[in-house]
Design a binder for this molecule. Structure first.
Ligand code: TUI
Length: 310
């Protein structure tokens, strides 16, 4: 469906997934995705143009539907005829026809069965089922529970996201009925990823319990690596502070971490697999490792190492 060699999508992370990363992932046989976040349409257009100069393979753009620029960005993606649009943090239903008319595949990220069913009816091409292990804006369910429920509820292909780091994660996702995976956190530490080096260091150093979900009480729960900002958010929640205080604290904090490298007062959005990331590697190596690992673990199961049928 996507014209890619391996069913591995790269998460379109705001301030992190630029043309360099997306092109490297696509060149290596996955689907690279530019993250548009809250960026202005002009920046997105430049990134798309740059990615086209860096790779002749298909790539995508993620549109964060909470952005005030989402409509304008989708219109320019139609003009630029990108191969794939993934969406996050909202319902892209009203844009599906416009994107399809331009030959663009539409793959929304969902974190519930209800939204998955609603979006299937709008004619989207596939869905990314994202569990709460992932970084950034998260839902309530884990990948393990969410993926098979969405696979059972819809007839279109499902991509599993959240908590996938290596071949074991990919194999597990396929066992749950997914046809592919999306990884974000691991690609943050790709050589080609422009995220600030202090963010990469923090992800690499992270241990199993170093992420936390803040902002549940505001309706915008976000998984981040624990730091001073996260502790301030937790304190606001304990004090039942009004929404404006969260907004004030959160404003500009993602850019502060990812671009400026302030890993204490910035929002270091990253998933639970941060603990498994132990170095910086080219995107091509990441993809090769995941594919080889999945083949290896699936092979050993097929050879009877897990003896389920005595
Ligand atoms: O979108 C994400 N992850 C993100 S977006 C982001 S940037 C940000 N900026 C400002 C506020 C909050 C975040 C950082 N991380 N993941 C995809 C995703 N989308 N996960 C869950 C959803 C989702 C949630 C609710 C999709 C649709 C939805 O419902 C909308 C509806 O209409 O029912």
């Amino acid at each position: 469906m996507l014209g890619i060699k391996y069913p591995i999508l790269q998460g379109g992370m705001a301030w992190v997934s630029t043309a360099e990363l997306a092109a490297a992932v696509s060149d290596a046989g996955g689907l690279g995705v530019i993250g548009s976040g809250q960026a202005p349409p002009r920046w997105v257009k430049e990134q798309v143009r740059q990615a086209k100069t860096l790779t002749d393979k298909p790539f995508g753009v993620n549109v964060m539907l909470l952005s005030p620029h989402a409509g304008e960005i989708l219109a320019l993606l139609v003009e630029e005829k990108v191969s794939v649009v993934t969406t996050g943090a909202g319902n892209p239903g009203k844009f599906v026809n416009m994107l399809h008319e331009a030959g663009i595949k539409v793959i929304p990220v969902v974190s519930s069965v209800a939204l998955a069913k609603r979006l299937e009816r709008t004619g989207v091409d596939a869905l990314i089922a994202e569990g709460m292990e992932s970084g950034g804006h998260v839902g309530e369910l884990t990948t393990m529970a969410l993926v098979p429920q969405i696979v059972d509820a819809v007839g279109i292909p499902v991509v599993a996201a959240g908590g996938v780091y290596d071949g074991r994660g990919m194999a597990a996702a396929l066992m749950l009925g997914a046809e592919g995976i999306q990884m974000g956190t691991r690609f943050m530490c790709a050589t080609e990823c422009i995220v600030h080096s202090r963010v990469k260091e923090m992800v690499i150093k992270a241990r199993d319990r170093d992420t936390v979900v803040t902002g549940r009480s505001t309706g915008h729960p976000v998984r981040v690596l624990k730091n001073k900002l996260a502790r301030k958010f937790i304190e606001l929640e304990h004090n039942c502070a009004p929404g404006e205080e969260f907004e004030k604290l959160g404003m500009g904090s993602l850019k502060l971490a990812m671009v400026e490298g302030d890993v204490e007062m910035g929002s270091v959005m990253a998933g639970q697999v941060s603990a498994m990331v132990n170095g910086v590697q080219p995107a091509r190596e990441i993809i090769a490792d995941v594919v080889a690992g999945a083949e290896n673990v699936i092979g050993s199961i097929c050879n009877g190492k897990v003896n389920v049928d005595k």
